[in-house]
Design a protein around this ligand. Structure first.
Ligand code: C2E
Ligand code: CA
Ligand code: CA
Length: 620
């Protein structure tokens, strides 16, 4: 039976296989080899099953295991296929008495197999294949060993998805031609088909002058359904939702499943917004009644955002992004409620053109300010740094949050001036707090757009010199978007920044493609684990295992790990137990203005231990 230590060792090893850019086959080979070392079994095998024409990857720890894998494929019968199709583990403690797979059992027993335990490789609603553990003596595996094996299978599946995402990215153009246009689970239009229809709809609307609307619905806490009831129920729920939504649409609308738990409705040829408002209300209402599934009843809510095309030249992707941003704002406001983006926000989306224009020159007009969120050392609660967060006080719209401001600043090229303003402001405010003995670190977010410019390192050096700031006190936070866009150029810019002496942090780790390979390829000093992972970690052993492996790996590469969005003492304790270095989140402090920080922490935040009061709020 594996000890906790062995299990965690195996998990960290998986993380390392990714760093060395292992392909899928290598991950599988590694899985079967290591699992035999830590479990009371005589062999292990994996088969990956993909519904399309893709190859089936098979790996086995020895010839006998390979033979049993192939036997199952050949017969089309056995625990592997059952685990794959049901998403549940299958245990055959004694092949000679178990009636379920007669042909496989008879032939495998003749070749010396006595017991088999099979675990699905699954990731969200996706099924990838199954892991088989084989034994030459009969008897059950105890509950802990079964749970450990499933955890290993889940972690392997998460990494396989990651490797698959990398491959997909590489083959994206080749593949996009072949992707089918419908979602396999619900039969709805998929992302590709939706984008195609949206593109045509936008072109038609230019001719006809009629509007196009996009409704973006994202289920709240869908993950919890999967965790509580299993993925089979999660899948069933998605199908039930797609059926219910289909019934409330008009003939000419398109309903699509974008990914996981995201649905989009496209409405075209609109004379006014009235029909869309009616549909949005019906969608919201559709989630008020519980969904009757085969084994249980599930109540779930959704956050809904709406965006309208306004006759400008913006492409379909931009419209989708607006609807997504609108949905996100609903989620932020409601958190667990459902609702439609209110009209004021809609106006913001519609008038985004104006806001884009307004973003230019906002820095020069004095409309920007910064808030700072303390970064806290997990061991002693000491404030070791501040993250600078942009706030834009729009003269007529009031406060515009960065989730809205940054994307539109990127589109209007105002991002350059805003980014520079933030660095300058951060450096000046850093001096305000300066303590020679315990200098604070200032972290500033940088958009991928800025990083892509070869002049950027020179600009940063100039700002540091102008504000007399020690480069070692500044850390730039960036997401992996920059690396995905142009990895060669990113490497050049990052290496130059490194030469100047500033620190580099990888932000929002755990979202997007999250390839651990970036950590090794670029000169990164710090990894920030995304809030979603911190939330999931508490109820999802797989997220927990990945966070543990990530911390371990980052340390092996001499990087610091910061966890974001820590809201509870339980999360803090978990992270401390895993050896995480620093934390940030409402539990310690919300983002605050310099004046507010002075008020609650005094002139020297480096002397403050948080949480002094639980997650103190901005006093305003
Ligand atoms: P981020 O870099 O991940 O920043 C953390 C965000 O999480 C901030 O939102 C912060 O207020 C919020 N947050 C911190 N602790 C907690 C918590 O415990 N719970 C919850 N629910 N949220 C927490 P904010 O200020 O709205 O910023 C959003 C994003 O906008 C940032 O995400 C960053 O990506 C971007 N951003 C902010 N300022 C700038 C900037 O100056 N330049 C660029 N390029 N991007 C910026
Ligand atoms: Ca950040
Ligand atoms: Ca972040």
């Amino acid at each position: 039976m594996p000890s906790e230590q062995q299990l965690s060792d195996v998990l960290s090893e998986f993380a390392r296989t990714l760093v060395t850019d292992f392909p899928i086959q290598a991950i599988l080979d590694h899985l079967v080899k290591r699992i035999v070392d830590v479990m009371p079994i005589s062999g292990a095998g994996v088969t990956l099953i993909s519904p399309g024409t893709d190859p089936r990857y098979v790996a086995a720890s020895n010839d006998a295991a390979l033979h049993f894998e192939q036997l199952q494929s050949e017969l089309g019968e056995g625990p592997c296929l059952q685990a794959y199709s049901t998403g549940e583990a299958v245990a055959i403690a004694d092949l000679s008495t178990d009636p379920r797979f007669p042909t496989f059992s008879r032939r495998a027993a003749a070749d010396g197999l006595a017991a088999a335990f099979t675990f699905p490789l699954r990731d969200g609603s996706q099924r990838l294949g199954a892991l088989d553990l084989y034994r030459d003596t009969p008897g059950p595996l105890d509950a802990r060993a079964m749970a450990a094996a499933q955890t290993l299978a889940d972690v392997a599946a998460a990494y396989l998805q990651n490797a698959q995402a990398r491959t997909d990215l590489q083959n994206a153009s080749a593949r996009s031609l072949q992707t089918s246009l419908h979602d396999g689970l619900t039969g709805l239009a998929n992302r590709e088909l939706l984008l195609e229809r949206l593109e045509h709809a936008v072109i038609r609307s230019h001719r006809s002058g009629r509007m196009v609307a996009v409704l973006f619905a994202d289920l709240d806490r869908f993950k919890l359904v999967n965790d509580l009831h299993g993925h089979t129920v999660g899948d069933e729920l998605l199908v039930a939702i797609s059926r219910r939504l289909t019934t409330i649409l008009r003939e000419e609308d398109t309903l699509a499943r974008m990914s996981g738990d995201e649905f989009v409705i496209l409405c075209e040829e609109l004379e006014s917004r009235t029909p869309v408002e009616a549909i949005a209300a019906r969608v919201a209402k559709a989630f008020e009644r519980p969904f009757q599934l085969s084994r249980c009843e599930v109540t779930i809510r959704a956050s809904i955002g709406v965006a309208y095309s306004s006759g400008d030249d913006r492409g379909p992707e931009a419209l989708l992004q607006d609807a997504d941003a609108a949905m996100y704002q609903v989620k932020r406001q409601g958190g667990g409620k459902h609702g439609v983006l209110d009209l004021r926000e809609q106006t913001i989306a519609i008038n985004r053109g104006h806001l884009e224009r307004d973003a230019r020159g906002a820095a020069a007009r004095g409309e920007l300010h910064a808030e700072y969120q303390p970064i806290v050392d997990l061991h002693d609660g000491r404030v070791i740094g501040m993250e600078a967060l942009l706030r834009w006080d729009h003269p007529t719209r009031g406060l515009v949050l960065p989730s809205t401001a940054i994307p539109l600043a990127e589109r209007s090229d105002a991002i350059g001036e805003i980014g520079q303003w933030m660095i300058e402001r951060g450096c000046i405010d850093l001096q305000h707090w300066h303590d020679d003995l315990n200098p604070l670190m200032m972290t500033v977010n940088v958009s991928a757009h800025e990083l892509m410019s070869l002049e950027y390192p020179g600009l940063v050096a100039g700002l540091l010199a102008a504000t007399h700031t020690d480069p070692r006190l500044l850390t730039l936070e960036m997401t992996e978007t920059a690396f995905v866009q142009d990895s060669e150029r990113a490497a050049v810019v990052l290496n130059e920044l490194k030469e100047i002496g500033v620190g580099l942090a990888l932000d929002d780790f755990g979202t997007g493609y999250s390839s651990l390979t970036y950590l090794k390829r670029y000169p990164i000093d710090m990894v920030k684990i995304d809030r979603e992972f911190v939330i999931d970690m508490e109820h999802d052993p797989v997220s927990l295992a990945i966070v543990a492996a990530l911390i371990d790996l980052a340390h092996a590469l001499s990087m610091t790990v910061v966890a974001e969005g820590v809201e509870t003492p339980a999360q803090r304790d978990h992270l401390a137990a895993l050896g995480c270095d620093h934390c940030q989140g409402y539990y310690f402090a919300r983002p605050m203005t310099v004046d507010d920080i002075d008020l609650v922490m005094g002139p020297d935040p480096a002397q403050t231990r948080l949480p002094a009061l639980h997650g103190f709020r901005s006093p305003r």
